[in-house]
Design a protein around this ligand. Sequence first.
Ligand code: MCN
Ligand code: FES
Ligand code: FES
Length: 910
Amino acid sequence: MLKRTLKVNGVERMVIVEQDKSLADVLRENLGLTSVKIGCGTGQCGSCSVIIDGKLKRTCTLKMKRVADYTEITTLEGLGTPTQLHPIQVAWMAHGAAQCGFCTPGFIMSTYALLLQNPSPSREDIRDWFQKHRNACRCTGYKPIVDSVMDAAAVMRGDMKLDDLLFKVPEDGRIWGTKYPRPSAIAKVTGTLDYGADLGLKMPEETLKCALVQAEVSHANILSIDTAEAEKMPGVFKIITAKDVPGKNRITGLITFPSNKGDGWERPILNDEKIFQYGDAVAIVCADSEKHALEAAKHVHLELEQLPEYMSAPAAMADDAIEIHPGTPNIYFTQKVAKGEETAPLFEKADAVVEDSFYVSRQPHMPIEPDVGFAFLDDDGKLNIHSKSIGLHLHGAMIAPGIGVELENLIMVQNPTGGTFGYKFSPTMEALVGVAAMVTKRPVFLKYTWYQQQTYTGKRSPFFTDLRLAATKDGKILGMESDWSVDHGPYSEFGDLLTLRGAQFIGAGYDIPAIRGEGRTVCTNHAWGSAFRGYGAPESEFPSEVLMDELAEKLGMDPFELRLKNVYREGSTTPTGQVPEVLSLPEVFEAMRPHYEAAKKRVAETTTDDVKRGVGIALGVYGCGLDGPDTAEADLELNEDNTVTVFVTWHDHGQGADMGTLATAHETLRPLGLKPEQIHLVLNDTRTCPNGGPAGGSRSQVMVGNAIRVVCEILLDALRKEDGSYGTYADLVAAKQPVHFHGKWTAPATDCDENGQGAPFANYMYGLFLMEMAVDMKTGKAVVEHCKAVADIGKVCNRLVVDGQMYGGLSQAIGLALTEDYEDIKKHSTMIGAGFPYIKDIPDDMEVIYVETPRKDGPHGASGVGELPLSAPHAAVINGIYDACGVRITKLPARPEKVLAGLKEKGLAK
Ligand code: MCN
Ligand code: FES
Ligand code: FES
């Protein structure tokens, strides 16, 4: 133990701490300064950055024994407060630089340190600084952050007025379509928003801290679990294994299609008979402190019988592979696609046929905030589970039988969330903390390290795809043949639905009259397949968008013109035979044309023998919603003071659910003349909020937005008087009318049949992506120098949010193309190891142009946006590499060594 007096935010504070405790933990736990966030915990993300004696330092790796007495420390709490914001914080709000906001305190402190030493940094200086100090952001694509720093610096120098950064509501009172800052921005920029780990510090004293006992092999039979030694360890309250679980100890994967050969009940909460993947949990240690829980977990002994590990779809499909779930074949679902006439004769008579094999990799989500959650039994005996869930009602249904709780006795709440990018479409720890609270009858808290986040949450399911295209000599596509295998890991959860995405999105965007193909879902022992932004689109459109370039080359056509020739027009149908809801793609292309031409010219002028440059394009399409008649509900209450409260489950990954809810409600309620602050939001608590459905499939703006529109219109109808004016709360009460309203909206869509045909989505998003690439001919390293996107996402609800969605998604697509992977469990278990894109990996020059085609079935004309920027831009990167240096990468990621091998093969390496 040591005593230290620290000068924190200008005040002397004494702490008595263990010498090996990190400064980050001391600031958070001993001093309550929870603006200091712990992301990676290993010095790779910068979210724990503070200023120590005038210098920026990461505190998660700084042990207290190295912190001297009277060290001066400034945290975000010392920079500005909600009522007295620092210009950096105001700039952050003005540019929408805090999405999930988890990285924000670290970035703002880093900015402050930079501006102290360089009041007039250039954009490149700022990028160099954040690169050097490892400030990592997964949401924003960094551009809004650099914009914020530039403006904050200008204000601090006196070159700009702070007032210029403040949002002013336009005269017509409208906030729809503007840059109104999201309601949660102020809490995010001041570090006052409590995320799961912060809430964990504020829980009652009797709260038990949990640690998991996890497998370190990927496939094994469990012979025995010995907890005897661990149970005697200090502070241990209870060690829970499968035998203690009150329910059926399974999480249902909610099988979507009857032809699925599994029953969806194969995923254990605590593994009992077998280990199916690395990290599977076999026991939960509940103790009085995290330290004690972790220590005891090391003393639980597992006796395992190792089985062959099938770490990819081809391995699990091999003839001699044993069934991973005995009784269910490893290929447990197949999905056909059959549109139009038979393709075989078309391929025979076609002028040009191209074919290739593709692999889209096991992209890790890599939120900065590791998974975290807690549970407790409330005074009514109901089990409350708080987590990062982005599907509260869905997850309740998936886990309740396994835990052994009736659905009506289960309350699910989403904590403020530091990014998920889809991994939280899966229950991760909800059932574990639920079981622990039920068994111990105490509040329980569990947080993962970043290593656990990476190794024990779902990942993008790799697709292995063979694809053929047939076309006439003038470039009209005649037919397509596809075959795809989906490595979905050991758990079935939505694997059939993901496989259907291949039928729906391979070749999307083009009018292809005849399609034949088959996809299959394969059970493997690698990380379980969970939703990842784009969900099937990047896996499906990578093959078709790269093959389009191969076709263009074969035909001697420009890839831009070939695409334009085939995009949806009057009379076209999608791969599922659906008539597209809008036909804006020709307009999208024309909006891109001048930029494409300028880019071609620029790369021709700047390419050199050492650094070859090229341009790649790709077309992206994705549907908004869950397939078929997807539904969302919303509630609204008119309050006594004539303000309204909207109750809704529009889950917030960090994308801006609060902003979407507010702007959609405000726009609908404009006849009442309410100010934005007169609309209160209650989000994401199943006790009070009806089922809006999960925040996946870029569905919320359309689905939940429509439910909000409907309930707001019901209120308007209730208040409307004969003369067209609107009454008040008092009028409704006087007339004995209700003041609480319920709205519901169902998408006019149909499920796909066994041939993948149907009209599954009422709304789509469309985009054309352009990447200007530079390839170092010595190393094979490819970088994106400029990036442009033209997007049709319908009418824009909030401009800051959609820009942020686009930049963030584009940077994840660049990561998917060039660096990111989770294949090698050891090597890819850290941010750096897994190829997390830092600021210098992402171009500063990113621009998005919107073609706002109003959607009939979108609230106020809006479609979705979240996943569009991760639908196909990675194919543009790969096409750009080929254009630059002639190496065609078909298996992601295009790491330098892969490109270099291609260059060597062609004798082009320098
Ligand atoms: N929006 C808008 N105008 C439109 C369409 C949408 O202003 N025409 C806004 C909405 O109000 C919402 C945001 O854009 O705030 C995204 O809307 P939408 O596309 O409907 O998607 P969801 O709200 O359902 O969000 C989910 C989507 C998905 S599926 C993933 S995965 C994802 C994503 O959004 N994960 C994210 N964006 C993310 N952004 C962050 N920062 N972190 C994640 O984990
Ligand atoms: Fe400290 Fe990531 S650098 S938490
Ligand atoms: Fe940067 Fe989410 S806003 S990680």
